[in-house]
Design a protein around this ligand. Structure first.
Ligand code: ZN
Length: 353
């Protein structure tokens, strides 16, 4: 749907974004959910969140979110973003259909955020201007890249709420629970405001942020299984007699994102499913700074700039705290060998990770 060429890659502030937003609004109306359009200032261009509210019996609410913006187009090249994140929006709209037949105990807000790729602008705006006050928002469930299910569905952030693990206990899907909740997606905006939040993710891949993230690579059967899981999870959160309680997670809070043009490019593809200590690389882009420094798929990065990186999000934060042109020391394990190399970070283009 949203990955179609007519939406031109859905870049925030473009006609493609507008058309995609109107499409989502029309689908919500078809589910008898009146859409609310929420405009926000972005990076030069303004964007629009498309919100749908399914009124519950109580004053409390659950937010289900999926960003619908992506990287746009350059001439003939279109960044379709089928997995990132037409997949999440498709599951969100399917949930709106399934859940709209019955009035839940708590209100459910179906939030299609924009401005995510440029720095979580849409969700940051929402948490400042929520449809239901954040004190009464008991949880947020973020669907970002759920179109390529492999052995395990990754669920980040279960530690931020006291009931997530119990609600997921009888999951028919194999799940992994990586430790650090602060991933680079919209749930982070909510966690920073004290709202328990999880991020569902089928993992990164070589087509991430490339024009080759296309619909024929999507696992639709897997998406249906994820929709079943999220339906159960959201119903449980919405109908639980006792509301979810926030649990403060003891980990470094991410720095505010740097300006999009100023993000450094390293050229590695982290393995989000790796459960050991450090950040295992699933791949390295040919010719990238990581490649030139000799890093290879399978290496496990354990420190950047002398600081430990215990897992993948700490790794991303360590990289994004640097600027293009910075020279950093990267320490990694290859088998039993421990190697430290110096790497000069390049400038990050939107077309690269
Ligand atoms: Zn995304």
């Amino acid at each position: 749907m949203l990955a179609g060429d007519g939406f031109e890659g859905r870049e925030t502030g473009t006609e493609g974004e507008k058309a995609a937003g109107e499409f989502i609004a029309a689908v919500l109306r078809g589910r008898n959910i009146e859409p609310v359009l929420q405009e926000f200032p972005g990076h030069g261009a303004k964007g629009t969140n498309v919100l749908g509210v399914l009124r519950g019996a109580s004053a409390e609410a659950v937010v289900v979110g999926a960003h619908y913006d992506h990287l746009g187009r350059k001439g003939e090249k279109i960044w379709s973003g089928a997995d990132d994140n037409a997949s999440g929006v498709a599951v969100l709209l399917e949930l709106a259909r399934r859940l709209s037949y019955r009035r839940p105990r708590r209100t459910i807000v179906f939030a299609s955020f924009s401005g995510e790729e440029a720095g979580l602008f849409g969700s940051k705006h929402y948490v400042k201007n929520p449809l239901v006050p954040l004190e009464q928002t008991v949880a947020m469930v973020n669907l970002d890249m759920v179109g390529r299910l492999r052995e395990k569905l990754l669920v980040f952030g279960t530690g931020t709420g006291d009931q997530f693990r119990a609600f997921l206990e009888d999951s028919p899907l194999a799940l992994a629970f990586p430790n650090d909740p602060f991933g680079p997606s919209d749930h982070t905006s909510f966690i920073l405001k004290g709202v328990p939040s999880v991020h569902l993710f089928t993992g990164s891949h070589a087509d991430y942020h490339k024009p080759t993230d296309t619909p024929e690579k999507i696992d639709y059967e897997g998406m249906l299984r994820i929709a079943d899981l999220v339906e159960t999870l959201v119903r449980r959160i919405a109908d639980a007699p006792r509301r979810m309680q926030y649990v403060k997670v003891e980990t470094a809070v991410p720095a505010e994102g740097a300006a999009p043009g100023a993000r450094p490019y390293f050229g590695s593809m982290p393995d989000y499913g790796f459960e050991g200590k450090g950040c295992r690389l699933e791949g390295v882009a040919p010719g990238s700074p990581a490649d030139q420094a000799g890093l290879k798929a399978g290496d496990v990065v354990v420190a950047i700039g002398g600081q430990d990186v215990p897992e993948v999000n700490a790794y991303s934060r360590a990289l994004f705290s640097k600027k293009p042109g910075d020279e950093i020391e990267v320490t990694y394990l290859r088998g039993v060998e421990r190697v430290t190399v110096k790497v000069t970070l390049a400038a990050r283009k939107q077309t690269e990770d």
